[in-house]
Design a binder for this molecule. Sequence first.
Ligand code: PGA
Length: 259
Amino acid sequence: MARRPMMAANWKMNKLISEAEEYVEGLLPRISDAHEGVDVAIFAPFTCLGAVARMTQDTPVLVGAQNFYYEDSGAFTGEVSAPMLKDLGAGAVVIGHSERREIFGETDEAVALKAARAVEAGLLPIICVGETKEERDAGKMWEKVGAQVRAVFEQLDAQQIGGGAIVFAYEPVWAIGTGESATPEDAQEAIGKIRDLLREIGGEDFAREVRILYGGSIKADNVDEIIAQEDVDGGLVGGASLEVDTFAKLVNGASKPRE
Ligand code: PGA
């Protein structure tokens, strides 16, 4: 069976509750025909997650957080746990975004623990990996990305969870928020290698089932070519997800049958 594409909005640290409500109200009617062909997800800040979850609860839109902590409760000032996210109505969570890794010092180990806890708690983790410009220029893209992917399976047993339990997002750091997206060939090369590694780790069925998104300056004028690549299963979209019109276009475009 073909993997279902996913188009996911990563709002990052944007939108007040009223803005989030206005957005969802505008988005839902614009994408109502798209659900047959694409999974739609919105990753909202904690503060408006409840509102977004409430407004989408009778729709196929998946709502998630952009981070969480892998313990369920306790003395972890400022953190939010998996049960708390579920309590708000979240069904997914972004893990290991490069902004969390680079600005907030999140390690491969923490990312792996979060991925394992998310799966266990019934949240779909979107696990982000990607290399910096320096690493790419030094020919070390795969050294970095391969190690990030391997690290996740220090805590997760591929055979046990099955490929539908996780999603990866390949997001080259140099392409995030820069307007400079990877070429379709670059995206396919990295994502194809991730899939090969998943095959090595979890076998053929596992590798075939895991969805791997591309993220990094996705826009209406580059999305078609990128998601047409064999191993690319959709997109994680930052800047272009903030306006209803542009995100609706990306969602509707991704729902078209692929050759
Ligand atoms: P961008 O962000 O689309 O603004 O480059 C993507 C992301 O960071 O998920």
